[in-house]
Design a protein around this ligand. Structure first.
Ligand code: SF4
Length: 501
């Protein structure tokens, strides 16, 4: 089946229309498609939260197929944080479901004049309807209701209270395979853009979806899938990711010769208590408490998502990642792992980018709003102030630079208005090149360059190459942890679209 439906939702009029994607978009998907449409359809001078702004949502070119990790979804928009073009790429169950319904992109424009709305998409059609009953509700509650028991066919993309408050650090939560809202299109504030449109939830059900690889190519395609899966599983880097998740890097980055574990508002690159929040400790706790490693979408064979339980074996959070642990943990001098896991749960529930909000609270601690290491205070700040939209909560939710400007702090860990990831640009200078040269600002997923000791010229070349590679990977829609190169994807694209590459 062709994946060529472009769904347009005008929130101002309530009109939902559909068109076939033009030929020029045939080999665009995920990030390449959302970026191209953003460029072609919006004026660069608009305010990101205005009625004139648009939100573009697109699965990658291989979504809906059996290629491992190929169900990622791109959210493209003008960012309220950076003021520039932004793409947030997310796993979860949304991408495959959209593709199986033949949907290449959803374009949300305008702004609802009369309350909150939800968008339902299934084999019968696309419907926009009132959703004031969902207003004020948080992500765990929402996904329980919107997805419920229909785990095998349904996925939701929702905003929590932070998105409703139009906070620049607001994310869009996407359902994971267990029905939880633990995957987030987080960076740059897509939740604020969705909130400004008045769109609380998108619910996609692919019960009537169809296969997406042409029948005549299915055998060859399957052969390539098996080959690619073997290549992924044979890669020693993947073994570590499968065992510890991204938290496996903590022991390494905390070393004196790496110094990429942000501590005390990025003042230090190493934290003396980092062991208490390391992947190895989390693995040991998991053995005692029924924790496990999960895929964030059906068909992922790497399974890097840590399911984290409390001491009673009750679920706390899933996808406790290095970036989250570093920004909400060492950067605030908060530990051990139990404490950070609870903060991650709160951020998922409220709908917040953990990197941005971890940086923002770090600056708030610098300003004396809270003491370093004040876990109870941080919980209160998130749960009461940010969730409730108090003036202090709005300052924090407005992002790192916003907090710094409010309190007159000159130690501001941002690039192009966006909070720094844990990957440290001062010791890993290639990361600094990516942050400063990419339109995405401080976003490690734009191009990881962690080599140390290379010449500036070499690092510039590596950063450029990585940024191009990530553009291709995000467009195909596979996960960066496959370590796939664009060439690895060529056979799939040829079989999938019948165009030799
Ligand atoms: S490797 Fe991790 S992030 Fe990537 S698709 Fe699998 S579970 Fe998701």
């Amino acid at each position: 089946m062709a994946i060529d439906r472009i769904i347009r939702v005008d929130m101002t009029t309530g009109d939902v229309t559909e068109e076939r994607a033009p030929e020029a978009y045939a080999l665009l998907g995920g990030r390449s498609l959302t970026s191209r449409m953003l460029l072609e359809e919006t004026d660069a001078r608009i305010h990101p939260l205005s009625e004139a702004a648009k939100l573009f949502i697109a699965p990658g070119l291989l979504a809906g197929t059996a290629v491992t990790t190929s169900g990622r979804t791109s959210f493209g928009f003008k960012s309220p944080l950076t003021g520039g073009t932004k793409e947030a790429n997310v796993g979860g169950q949304l991408g495959h479901r959209l593709a199986r319904l033949g949907i290449k992109a959803i374009v949300v424009s305008g702004a609802s004049p009369d309350g909150w709305k939800r968008l339902d998409i299934d084999g019968k059609g696309v419907r926009l309807s009132g959703a004031d009953d969902l207003a004020g509700r948080s992500n765990y509650d929402l996904h329980r209701e919107l997805v419920g028991e229909a785990l095998r066919t349904r996925a939701a993309a929702t905003i929590g209270p932070a998105g409703e408050h139009r906070m620049s650090s607001a994310s869009v939560a996407v359902t994971d395979p267990e029905g939880r809202p633990t995957r987030h299109a987080a960076r740059g504030g897509p939740g604020a853009v969705m909130g400004a449109k008045g769109l609380k939830a998108i619910v996609v059900d692919d019960a009537e979806g169809v296969r997406t690889v042409p029948g005549e190519n299915a055998k060859e395609f399957k052969g390539e899938v098996v080959k690619f899966s073997k290549m992924v599983l044979d890669d020693p880097r993947v073994h570590n990711t499968s065992r510890y998740g991204t938290a496996g890097v903590i022991k390494f980055v905390n070393r004196d010769n790496v110094l990429s574990m942000p501590t005390r508002n990025h003042r230090e690159g190493s934290w003396e208590h980092a062991d208490s929040i390391s992947g190895q400790v989390i693995e040991e706790l998991g053995k005692e408490r029924g924790g496990k490693m999960l895929p964030c979408m059906a068909g992922c064979i790497i399974k890097c998502a840590i399911l984290y339980n409390d001491e009673h074996g009750e679920h706390v959070t899933t996808a406790l990642e290095f970036e989250t642990i570093a920004l909400l943990g060492s950067n605030l001098e908060i530990g051990p792992a139990d404490a950070v896991a609870e903060l991650d749960r709160l951020c998922d529930d409220i709908g917040l980018d953990t990197i941005e909000v971890g940086n923002a609270i770090g600056v708030a601690m610098e300003a004396g709003v809270l003491e370093w290491g004040d876990w109870e205070g941080t919980k209160r700040l998130l749960d009461e102030d940010v969730r409730g939209g108090t003036p202090l909560g709005r300052i924090i939710g407005g992002g790192t630079a916003h907090v710094a400007a409010t309190y007159g702090i000159d130690r501001v860990p941002v690039v192009k208005g966006q909070g720094l990831p844990a990957w440290e640009p001062r010791t890993l200078k290639g990361m600094g090149i990516t942050y400063s040269s990419s339109p995405q600002g401080a976003d490690h997923t734009a191009g990881m360059v962690t080599a140390r000791g290379a010449t500036p010229d070499t690092l510039v070349k590596q950063s450029r190459q990585e940024q191009l590679t990530m553009m291709a990977v995000d467009s195909v829609g596979v996960c960066q942890f496959t370590n796939a190169l664009p060439g690895d994807m060529a056979a799939f694209i040829s079989e999938r679209f019948g165009e030799p590459l």
